[in-house]
Design a protein around this ligand. Structure first.
Ligand code: NZQ
Ligand code: ZN
Length: 382
């Protein structure tokens, strides 16, 4: 175990079928005016919106609504949310939805009291809000498993005009104050989104696992999470109403990216950089963009980090060689029904140079990719 780190995660979690009941007690310590962010209608169709609004009204809160937070939220929508939060002097923000709504809420929370161009400061230049800047508290009622946004400070926003999707990890002040995770809510998630979420979880684990050669506690935890996810994913695809599988997927998603696994790890995150760029050009679900380039990416990474890929083969898949490990991963992805090419997501050969031009790159994991390498990975993934 190498490296120096501070571990601090302030998010309180309520998990399970009764978790929403805890909202009532949390409300007593939260301010009067709440900004209620949600997406394009799923929470209205499944009744969650009505339940939550009734609880907020019972507690006497003023509700400021901000519907229409789209999947892969845009800069334009972020600016609208900041305007609404400023005009209504909101005291706290409640995110009702998936990772997009949760991410978006953090973006509004960080930007409302920022004096200046928050897009440039936070997302383009990677700064944190000043120590003395006011941050609006965020809470999250999660309806889809995948991103880990419910217990981290990540916030991914797309500048749609420039096809530029960029993530920023804020400091721990932006982690949700609490998150409510009821696996039942995820039952209405469309199957494609469920599968995308499953691979997003797997890839979050990969991004942290495939780096370093030290004996690291995080890698043992990662292997356990991967093994559980492989089993749960198979069960959920067979029967999406399997509560045990859906609850294991939801809990794994949280632990895959809640700041625990990265402790003492260099990490990678280049599959995510490429995936974000593909998403900005194709609008495909986030997890699918990762799946579609993974085989080409990890075949290449294996050449530089072979011992870890052998360990992955043996400890996760029960096979011997690094190549057999990747083959087992591929077969599992096919079994789940994940896309293995970017063509399936609508990408064309003519788009490749544009996707390369909007991909952020840095030395990561076992490789130090340059634009020409990213182009080769994308061409191999067509
Ligand atoms: O908009 P609504 O109507 O809510 O529909 C959503 C959306 O269309 C739907 N959905 C969610 N819960 C549902 C449901 N439909 C029926 N029943 C439910 N219970 O599913 C669609 C996708 O939702 P979205 O929130 O976009 O998905 P996800 O949770 O995968 O979030 C994706 C966003 O998170 C970012 C991604 O880049 C992307 O912008 N990420 C955030 C990360 C973080 N905070 O650390 C890390 C990730 O790597 C990722 O980059
Ligand atoms: Zn992801």
């Amino acid at each position: 175990m190498q490296g120096n780190f501070i571990y601090h995660n302030p998010t309180k979690l309520y998990f399970g079928e009764n978790s929403l009941s805890y909202l009532a007690q949390e409300l007593s310590s939260l301010g009067q005016t709440v900004l209620l962010n949600y997406g394009s209608g799923s929470v209205k169709r499944n009744g969650l919106y009505d339940e939550v609004v009734a609880m907020l009204r019972t507690a006497g809160k003023n509700i400021v609504e901000n519907p229409g937070v789209m999947s892969n939220p845009t800069l334009e929508k972020l600016q609208e949310g900041v305007r609404i939060a400023r005009e209504n002097k909101v005291d706290w923000i409640l995110a009702l939805g998936g990772g997009s709504v949760c991410d978006y809420s953090k973006g509004v929370a960080a930007s409302t009291f920022f004096d200046g161009d928050y897009w440039t400061a936070f997302w383009l230049e990677g700064h944190q809000p000043a120590e003395d800047q006011k941050i609006i508290p965020v809470a999250c009622i999660l309806t889809m498993a995948g991103t880990g946004s419910e217990m981290n400070a990540g916030c991914v926003i797309t500048d749609a005009a420039k096809n530029y999707k960029v993530g920023h990890v804020f400091d721990s002040r932006l982690m949700p104050r609490f998150a409510i995770l009821n696996p039942r809510y995820t039952m209405t998630v469309p199957i494609d989104q469920m599968k995308a979420g499953i691979y997003d979880i797997m890839n979050h684990i990969f991004e942290q696992y495939f780096s370093g050669e030290d004996d690291n506690t995080s890698d043992y935890i990662a292997e356990g999470l991967m093994r559980g996810l492989i089993v749960a994913a198979r069960a959920a695809v067979k029967d999406p109403r399997d509560y045990e599988a859906r609850s294991n997927i939801m809990w794994t998603a949280t632990w895959a990216l809640n700041t625990l696994l990265k402790c003492g790890k260099k990490q990678d995150w280049m599959v995510h950089q490429i995936g974000h760029s593909i998403g900005a050009w194709t609008h495909a679900p986030h997890g699918y963009t990762l799946a579609a380039v993974s085989m080409a990416y990890y075949r290449r990474a294996m050449q530089f980090g072979r011992p870890k890929f052998e360990r992955f083969a043996q400890n996760v898949w029960g096979v011997k060689t690094a190549e057999q490990g990747l083959e087992a991963l591929k077969q599992w992805m096919l079994e789940i029904g994940l896309p293995l090419t970017i063509t399936e997501l609508g990408a064309t050969p003519g788009m490749i140079d544009s996707i390369v031009s909007t991909t952020n790159y840095f030395p990561a994991g076992y490789m130090n990719l340059q634009p020409a390498d990213i182009k080769e990975i994308l061409l191999e993934s067509l």
